[in-house]
Design a protein around this ligand. Sequence first.
Ligand code: FES
Ligand SMILES: [Fe+2]
Length: 451
Amino acid sequence: MSVQAVESKRAYSGYHVRDVPEDDWELAHTGPNTPLGEYFRKHWNPVALSSQVTELPVAVRIMGEDLVVFRDKSGNVGVLHRHCSHRGTSLEYGIPSERGIRCCYHGWLFDIDGRILETPGEPPDSKLKDSFVHGAYPALEYKGLIFTYLGPPDEKPDFPIYDVFELPDNKLVPYSTHTPCNWLQVHENGIDPVHAVFLHGRVGEQHFNEAWLEMPTLNFRQSDKGMYYVTARRLGDMIWVRSAEMVFPNFAQTGALWEYGDRGEKLFGRVSLSRWTVPEDDTSTWFFGWRHFNDIVDPEHLGDESLCGHDSVDFVGQTGGRGYDEGQRNPGDWEAQVSQRPIANHKMEHLGSSDVGVAMLRRLFGQAVEDKFVPRQFPGGRKADGGPIPTVSHDTVLYVPPKTDADDRELLAEVGERVLDAIESGHEVPSAERITHIEGLLREISEAPRD
Ligand code: FES
Ligand SMILES: [Fe+2]
């Protein structure tokens, strides 16, 4: 055993354990030509809110690449390498034209696909503009978010349409938040349900409501698209089952923010957040996504869509805009993640049983990058029958009282597994029958009297 290992078991051991080892964990890095960076680039990634890209271009940085997003006067969205290919002026100072964007310095005009339409300072017979093309990426706009594809052109997938994007009576409000640290420590928060008990309830201020303070049973499952957790909590005669799914590489969803868990039955209630974790570079990260507003996920209307937008969302501790003291008094996800160091050092961690999901997520990323875990593909961005891609993130609340002759934690875990079995079985039934199928199976688990 090393001196450090021996000394680390003694009190006041700071002197012996002060060295910070170099973290050589390769999946922290997403720049061009890195293994994870190339994997991320083979998927559509959001880069801006539509509301940001109006008459002025927007400078963005995604996975270490400096880009400009703009909308030309015909309404077409372009994503170009930021620096003009003439002499490098940033196209964030460019002027959107009827077609494309014009560099402010010498007037070169670039189309959204990178073709150079005009080089007005050159003689009329100049062939310069036809001799090369400026760097450009495909863009698409969907429900208030602008997505781009930074990967090899011949490997561009269809944009995936997940089930919650098409729910009836549901409003999707685009938002983003920025966190100045590595993407993984931001992303893995979504597969760490135990942090919610402490950070959002028991340690500091209560960020949501009482039900969150209950320690749930935990399980983690690999899915056809990534992985998810299954938690179950006891609230009186009700059991609240929740799952949150990580769809590879970087899409994740969260159930209701203000779930009470004991206010009547809820069958497969869906999500309050759908979001992508998008590395800006190795030490800063964006979430881009939507807040969902509907009467099932937030029946008491505790959310506030007017607070959702660029670097802003309607629950506490998600941005750095509150000030240092306020963040110390009432820390949220932002403070917890940013303070893990610019890139969380895995060699200095001591993972416990509650970190099983985090460890599984890291392992799966390693396998995905090496093509040893290949998430299910959906040609056309949908199921073969035309329905949206099924996901599992949700809350279910069922009437299942404690049994006097049984261990309640075992009952919770069992109900949690049965709920997720029911939801998973819905993946294979025809899309039009899926919800009826799932709700029928969930009612069979409940012991509520029915007529
Ligand atoms: S630097 Fe852009 S046109 Fe000259
Ligand atoms: Fe959180």
